[in-house]
Design a protein. Structure first.
Ligand SMILES: NC(=O)c1ccc[n+]([C@@H]2O[C@H](COP(=O)([O-])OP(=O)(O)OC[C@H]3O[C@@H](n4cnc5c(N)ncnc54)[C@H](O)[C@@H]3O)[C@@H](O)[C@H]2O)c1
Length: 408
């Protein structure tokens, strides 16, 4: 049994050579057929591991890779892309959802860009052979403890929000969620019987000082790159773990005098997010509160096909991915919205590599493409131009291509 799960290294390498991938990158260059040269020869080089995964993953990764390459070239950045299997694609190829080679390549690279995993084909697999298990193993293997999820209502898509226009316009917030601690991992946990002989289920909300300190630093750094305001969300009126959380976040604040820190109880935060979301810039919170609040915040924007995310560790490469899944219902039909993955590539540049100018180029190009009226089906409204995944990618590339390269 174990043997059949072993990677057939030869077959694997012949399919996914461990050298730069040009296959997907060359498909969608602007119609002019060129990657424009920067004003100078590349001065910075990064290795990016591409994990297209399943369903619409390969379609959106192909678009995002081309955008990344072009935006980078205008800033004197050169990328080496290595494409590796994960999820169902890896199961089919190797028998496991996260081959060792994939994790090893990811860990050795500067950043990891993931499409999505999962699909009907593998839904009935045992837990350890599900594509989703591979994703959890990847996050654990990269030791990414901080999950950043922006929720931005783009002016062009304000009607997609479920909130009233005047509440939604201008929302631009970031939720920084602790990803590897708290009640989802705390011990003891399990099922037992209480003194009345009744069955009980129990979990433990526990945080150590170092876990709070490191997520707080990520959040302060993030707020510093945004508008300098950080709101820490907890339940310090009830939970000891939250009392420590608030104490440590307050202590770390002394390292960031330029960031304005506030605290809010989670029940109030949930309410304020739908009452007046514009009051927030950056939010930092624990694993379970972040799970709930980041979903609530992202839905303010109204469109799953637009939302990127970043997962960061203390050192090593970050993991960047759209928040949507593999959308098997529209896979291979050229219907996917690639912009969540394109914006994930912008987060990769900004938060993974510190290349803010190149990130800005991508963000600007996405806004420009939307302003020119291009829409995939999920964000389409009357009066706009309905396009598929590939054409949306072409239009974003044209927008990037029209930008002026950075001077030497
Ligand atoms: N991070 C991940 O890779 C991830 C996250 C969530 C779900 N999944 C997996 O994805 C599979 C499908 O899950 P689901 O249907 O619950 O969620 P989903 O996000 O894949 O799809 C939900 C709905 O949104 C649409 N949609 C999603 N992304 C879109 C895009 N970019 N453009 C246009 N429409 C888009 C889909 O067509 C579908 O109607 C499952 O196997 C699930 O386990 C993976």
């Amino acid at each position: 049994m174990a043997a059949c799960l072993q990677l057939n290294a030869k077959a694997f390498r012949s399919y996914f050579p461990l050298n730069p991938v040009s296959r997907s990158v060359s498909k969608q260059l602007p119609k002019s057929g060129r990657i424009r040269c920067a004003a100078t020869t590349p001065s910075k080089r990064y290795t990016i591991t591409l994990l297209p995964g399943d369903g619409i993953g390969p379609e959106v990764i192909s678009v995002a890779t081309n955008v990344l390459k072009l935006a980078g070239s205008l800033e004197g950045i050169e990328f080496k892309f290595q494409e590796m299997p994960v999820g169902g694609a890896a199961l089919d190829l190797t028998g496991v959802p996260l081959p060792e080679e994939t994790l090893s390549a990811a860990n050795k690279s500067d950043a990891v860009l993931l499409g999505a995993i999962g699909g009907y084909k593998w839904d009935k697999n045992e837990k350890h052979l599900k594509p989703e298990t591979g994703l959890l193993q990847l996050r654990a293997g990269l030791k990414v403890f901080a999950n950043l999820r922006p929720a931005t209502v783009l002016p062009q898509l304000v009607d997609a929000s479920t909130l009233k226009k005047e509440v939604a316009v201008g929302v631009d917030l970031m939720v920084v969620r602790e990803l590897t601690g708290g009640i989802y991992f705390g011990e003891p946990r399990g099922f037992s019987t209480n003194e009345n002989g009744e069955e009980i289920g129990f979990n433990t909300e526990v945080y150590a000082t170092h876990e709070i300190d490191r997520i707080a630093r990520v959040a302060f750094e993030t707020a510093r790159k945004r508008h300098g305001k950080l709101c820490s969300v907890d339940k310090a009126n009830v939970l000891e773990a939250s009392i420590l959380w608030r104490k440590r976040v307050t202590a770390i604040a002394s390292e960031y005098p330029d960031v304005e820190l506030s605290h809010m109880y989670v029940d109030n935060a949930a309410m304020q997010l739908v009452r007046n979301p514009k009051q927030f810039d950056t939010i930092v919170t624990n694993n379970i509160f972040g799970d709930i609040l980041s979903d609530e915040a992202s839905m303010i924007t109204g469109s799953i096909g637009m939302l990127p995310s970043a997962s960061l560790g203390e050192s090593g490469p970050g993991l960047f991915e759209p928040i949507h899944g593999s959308a098997p219902d529209i896979a291979r039909q050229d219907k996917a919205n690639p912009l969540a993955t394109v914006l994930s590539a912008a987060m990769l540049l900004k938060y993974g590599l510190g290349e803010e100018n190149a990130a800005k180029r991508i963000e600007t190009a996405v806004l420009d493409t939307l302003s020119r009226g291009y829409r995939t089906g999920d964000i389409y409204s009357d009066g706009n131009k309905l396009v598929g995944c590939k054409e949306m990618g072409e239009e974003v590339l044209k927008s990037v291509d029209s930008q002026v390269p950075s001077p030497v």
